[in-house]
Design a protein around this ligand. Structure first.
Ligand code: ADP
Length: 527
């Protein structure tokens, strides 16, 4: 008991498709936005860093070009006048082209140096600090060439450019320059971009969730209608309501029309079933009533009156035989429904079967002249189970005999076109009126009920024949004129030699398998 409780799967929590859809769409839109934001953020960051690097390079080069005319090792007194604006007396007397007395703040390159986040430091050959344009200098590192590195320590997070100063006149190393760029603007810009991305991301998430929810609600509306309709049909199985079609031509409108068509089919099937049950009980009522009458007769007088006994027993046996045949025909009719799945590989030579059935019927009815007009030249194979072909021919020839009049003739003909085999069964009997031509193929339909019953008919023969021929993808039709007779025509698809070989091979394999199973069973039983 405990095991079965453990084994039973946990019922899964219901998660509305609408929410799932909204979440998926929302997440999808958000993800796309995020990827784009990251790409834009990355590209902007790279561009701004490149700009800052070029500022550092320009500043290093500018300071170096200012110091390289100095011949001796750099000293405070040689550096300061060249770089410090406050000690530059020639500030107001800037002469273009005069490199020795140029004011640093009038030089466009030195304008860069004046930026608050740029700190220029100059060292002598031994690394002693000679000049510092702003407060805290970065760690001194000798660098023979121009290097620019990203560094972070304490409050500083930026770029540091380093280089060696070589005298133009002597070609000797006279000092070092370090330019530190704390990239205040860069950090400000990046912070602003990040903030904007966060804010827009939240807005995008909300908007995309709302759009997703709206889209889901819109697209799932027809599904909701279908569910409501299913609920309605479940609570009211006989209801003929259908789902209202939507004004679009897409998968959902197709789903609705398919669903409605399915409901129609099911409804037809249910109607047929209930008609059939009604017909069956109606058909059984008469023989049961007759049987009951005779048994009552027997009960009252039959025990003493041998004549009544004999008559009632004979009549009762007749009714039982009729009921037996009715039950058999009803069984045949229900089985005829699934012929193509029950006998998918059955093949039959129609020519041989027809001539055999015609011969048999002629033997049973010697007073009739049953002729066979055979236009075929050899074996003609059709995909049908042999017994079914025989059954259809017997039903039609039997009817032709049953409903004949003075002219006791039945003509059977068989011919074939390139992809079809055509059979015709013609009689010269009472015929069928045009309004009854289609009805005779319905279950239990008889043109003249009393007369048909008298002849032992249940009204199921033609229904069985039609069901079988339809099941094998053939066609059955009727031409008739009251008083002149009827012609029942059958057309069945003819098998191509290749397909015939294929099906025969399958049948051989099946029969070998069956033989093997029987052999094994016999062996087992002997043991
Ligand atoms: P039944 O068992 O009553 O013959 P069928 O389904 O074979 O049932 O036929 C249905 C009805 O069609 C018959 O009752 C009869 O009225 C009519 N019918 C069938 N075949 C013929 C025929 N060859 N000539 C005239 N009427 C026919």
């Amino acid at each position: 008991m405990a095991e079965s409780v453990q084994d039973s799967p946990k019922p899964r929590r219901f998660v509305s498709l609408r929410w799932r859809w909204a979440a998926t769409v929302g997440f999808g839109i958000f993800l796309t936005f995020l990827v784009f934001s990251i790409i834009i953020y990355g590209v902007m960051r790279q561009t701004l860093i490149a700009q800052e690097k070029s500022t550092v390079t320009d500043t290093v080069n500018a300071v170096r070009s200012r110091l390289t005319p100095v011949a001796d090792n750099l000293t405070v007194s040689s550096v300061r006048p060249l770089l410090d604006s406050s000690s530059n007396e020639n500030f107001d007397q800037y002469i273009p082209g005069d490199t020795t007395h140029r004011s640093i703040f009038l030089d466009t390159t030195f304008e860069k140096m004046s930026r608050e986040d740029i700190n220029v430091t100059v060292y002598d050959k031994k690394g002693a600090l000679l000049f510092n344009s702003r407060s805290t200098p970065q760690r001194f590192i000798k660098s023979p060439h121009l290097t620019i590195k990203a560094e972070r320590n304490g409050h500083f997070d930026g770029l540091v450019g380093r280089t060696t100063v070589v005298s133009d006149s002597t070609g000797r190393r006279i000092g070092y320059i370090q330019v530190a760029d704390s990239m205040t603007n860069f950090h400000k810009t990046m912070n602003r971009i990040t903030g904007t991305i966060y804010a827009v991301s939240v807005a995008a998430l909300l908007i995309s969730a709302m759009v997703g929810f709206w889209m889901a609600a819109r697209f799932l509306k027809p599904i909701k209608r279908i569910t409501t309709m299913i609920d309605k049909i479940n609570s009211e199985p006989q209801s003929d309501s259908r789902i209202e079609q939507i004004d679009s031509n897409d998968e959902l409108s197709h789903l609705i029309s398919e669903f409605n068509a399915m409901l129609d089919r099911i409804q037809r099937f249910i109607d047929q079933q209930s008609d059939f049950v009604g017909d069956v009980s109606h058909e059984l009522r008469t023989p049961v009533a007759v049987l009951e009458g005779h048994l009552q007769l027997l009960n009252r007088w039959g025990k003493d009156d041998p004549e009544v006994l004999d008559e009632s027993l004979t009549a009762s046996l007749q009714e039982v035989a009729r009921m037996k045949s009715l039950i058999q025909e009803m069984l045949d009719l229900t089985r005829a429904d699934q012929v193509d799945t029950q006998f998918p590989t059955a093949v039959t030579d129609v020519r041989a079967v027809t001539s055999q059935v015609v011969g048999d019927m002629q033997m049973i009815h010697p007073d009739f002249n049953i002729t066979l007009e055979d236009e075929l030249t050899g074996e003609t194979w059709v995909q049908i189970y042999r017994n079914h072909m025989e059954q259809v021919l017997i039903i039609l020839i039997d009817n032709a005999i049953k409903y004949s009049r003075d002219r006791k003739e039945v003509h059977v003909s068989i011919a074939s076109s390139h992809n079809e085999v055509d059979l015709a069964i013609q009689d010269f009997g009472e015929g069928i009126s045009p309004e009854n031509v289609q009805r005779v193929f319905h279950c239990f339909y008889r043109v003249d009920k009393a007369r048909s019953r008298e002849k032992g008919g249940n009204g199921l023969g033609l229904a069985i024949a039609k069901q079988l021929i339809d099941g094998y993808h053939g066609e059955i039709s009727l031409d008739s004129a009251v008083g002149s007779g009827s012609v029942f025509r059958i057309a069945l698809p003819r098998l191509t030699p290749e397909r015939l070989k294929e099906l025969q091979k399958l049948n051989e394999a099946d029969s070998e398998d069956a033989e093997a199973v029987i052999g094994r069973d016999i062996k087992n039983s002997e043991l």
